[in-house]
Each structure stands twice: as structure tokens, then as C-alpha cells.
Design a protein around this ligand. Structure first.
Ligand SMILES: Cc1cc2nc3c(=O)[nH]c(=O)nc-3n(C[C@H](O)[C@H](O)[C@H](O)COP(=O)(O)OP(=O)(O)OC[C@H]3O[C@@H](n4cnc5c(N)ncnc54)[C@H](O)[C@@H]3O)c2cc1C
Length: 226
């Protein structure tokens, strides 16, 4: 059988053969799947979302490559106008921000338009226009390849910093499976990014409706990470 190529999984269309592909389309199958891959201990596993932020080598990845394709959003609403929103790893971030806007849930509206999956977003604490994942991350679940078990990490344990996290410093150890945000039914978070405020026609510090900020963030030109 021909090798799966990383080039088919990355948006730059770069990258050589994959050693052991692990296709994950149903979250509930994860534990079973992970125990069936013939993992080669000498190579760290690689996890891919949409492959929008990966430059893969022509030599490929000789170890396990987890190709995440799990999608879904579930929300637990609380009386205090907050909701715990749990999202499966491969759900597109932009789809989540659109959903949150429809539900009038604030906290991730400036992330609209960032390419990629929700599972990849904590890896670099994805953010834009003064807002980042760490502002509303409650906890996440991840497979710990070193300990061979499922872990629940509260936001603090993820060590999120500006475009940085513990996951960046330990490549291959973690596959993030679900991400849970605590969102609030309220107007958008106060706008801190001057150009966004100007485009919205408001003063910095204003809290426009979530849908307006989502729409404006999604339609701003985006070349690279900010
Ligand atoms: C045009 C453009 C604009 C961008 N703008 C922004 C921006 O405004 N702000 C911003 O923060 N970023 C921005 N980025 C970067 C990119 O959107 C983020 O890095 C995003 O999180 C990548 O998602 P992905 O699913 O494509 O991840 P991938 O490219 O598949 O993976 C990125 C990294 O995360 C790891 N990873 C992926 N999924 C998982 C998982 N489930 N568990 C563990 N590790 C995983 C991968 O191994 C890799 O190290 C931009 C990128 C592009 C190309």
C-alpha cells in the first residue's frame, strides 16, 4: 500500500511519508485506536489538525501521526449566564466562533477567522486583536503519550503565555482531544485593539454585540499570526 504523505495533510502541501497513520474520526474510539497502533517508541507521535501551521520535511515522519477529524460542540449552561462549551479537537475554530455568536456567548469573538482547529488552538494560545484562548479556556483533555493515559488539564496547567504553552515545549507528548471554554452570555469583551475599534466605529473599551465583533474579526485580512 502506498505511504500516506504529510503533503496531503498540510496546507503548504509539503512533507514526506507517514510511518503509522492514526485516523481519528470518532472521539469515543480514541482509547481503542491508540492501543491498536504499532507505535515505534523511538519516534515521538505527531498530531495534526488542519495542518495550517506545520512545515513538514520531505523525509516525513517515521512515527505515529494522529490525523484528527473529530467534530462537535456541547454546551452546559449555568444560571449565572455562563456556559461550559466543550469542543472536539478537529472542530474548525471559525465554526466555533460563529456558533458562539449565534448563541450570544462572549469570550472568543476576536478569534473568528483564525485558520485551523480548536484542538490546535491551545498549542500556541491562539489569539488575535487582544484576545486569546487562555482568556476563556477552562480545561482540556489530552492523551499523554508518555504516561499512556488520558489526562484532564485545567487551564493553569497548560501554562499558556503569548503564543506559547507547555504543549509547544513538549512536542509529541500530547494529543489534545477536547477543549472546554467558559463563555458568558453578554456583549463582547471590551475592545482593546485600536484598529478593530475603528473598524467597528466604537471607542476602545466598548462592548459591542458578539455577532458584530465576530463578523468584523472574521473579515479582517489575515496574512500571518498576530
Ligand atoms: C494565514 C494564517 C493566518 C493566521 N493567523 C493567526 C492568528 O491571527 N492568530 C493565531 O494565533 N494564529 C494564527 N495562525 C496560525 C494558525 O491558525 C494556528 O496555529 C492554528 O492553531 C493552527 O491550527 P491547525 O489545526 O491548522 O494546526 P496544525 O497546523 O495541524 O498544527 C499546528 C501545531 O499544533 C499541533 N497540534 C495540532 N492539533 C493538535 C492536537 N489536537 N493536539 C496536540 N497538538 C496538536 C501540531 O502538532 C503542530 O505542532 C495563522 C495561520 C495562517 C496560515
Amino acid at each position: 500500500m502506498p505511504h500516506l504523505m504529510l503533503a496531503s495533510l498540510t496546507t503548504l502541501r509539503l512533507g514526506g511519508p507517514v510511518g503509522e497513520p492514526l485516523y481519528v474520526s470518532d472521539h469515543d474510539d480514541w482509547q481503542e485506536l491508540v492501543h491498536t497502533v504499532g507505535r515505534r517508541e523511538e519516534y515521538s507521535p505527531l498530531t495534526l489538525g488542519h495542518g495550517s501551521n506545520v512545515i513538514a520535511s520531505d523525509t516525513g515522519h517515521p512515527g505515529t501521526v494522529a490525523v484528527m477529524n473529530t467534530r462537535g460542540i456541547t454546551a452546559k449552561r449555568h444560571d449565572d449566564n455562563t456556559a461550559l462549551v466543550t469542543v472536539l479537537a478537529s472542530h474548525p475554530l471559525t465554526d466555533l466562533t460563529t456558533w458562539a455568536a449565534t448563541e450570544h456567548l462572549a469570550g472568543i469573538e476576536c478569534l473568528a477567522g483564525i485558520p485551523g482547529t480548536v484542538g490546535a488552538a491551545p498549542v500556541q494560545n491562539a489569539g488575535a486583536y487582544g484576545q486569546q484562548v487562555g482568556d476563556t479556556l477552562d480545561h482540556l483533555t489530552a492523551w499523554d503519550w508518555d504516561m499512556d493515559r488520558l489526562r484532564t488539564l485545567p487551564a493553569q496547567a497548560c501554562r499558556l503565555r503569548h503564543r506559547n504553552s507547555r504543549f509547544k515545549h513538549d512536542p509529541g507528548r500530547w494529543t489534545i482531544l477536547t477543549v472546554t471554554f467558559r463563555l458568558t452570555r453578554s456583549p463582547a469583551a471590551p475592545i482593546s485593539y485600536q484598529p478593530l475599534a475603528e473598524e467597528l466605529g466604537v471607542q476602545p473599551g466598548t462592548r459591542p454585540p458578539v455577532s458584530e465583533v465576530t463578523h468584523c474579526s472574521a473579515s479582517r485580512p489575515r496574512s500571518t499570526c498576530c
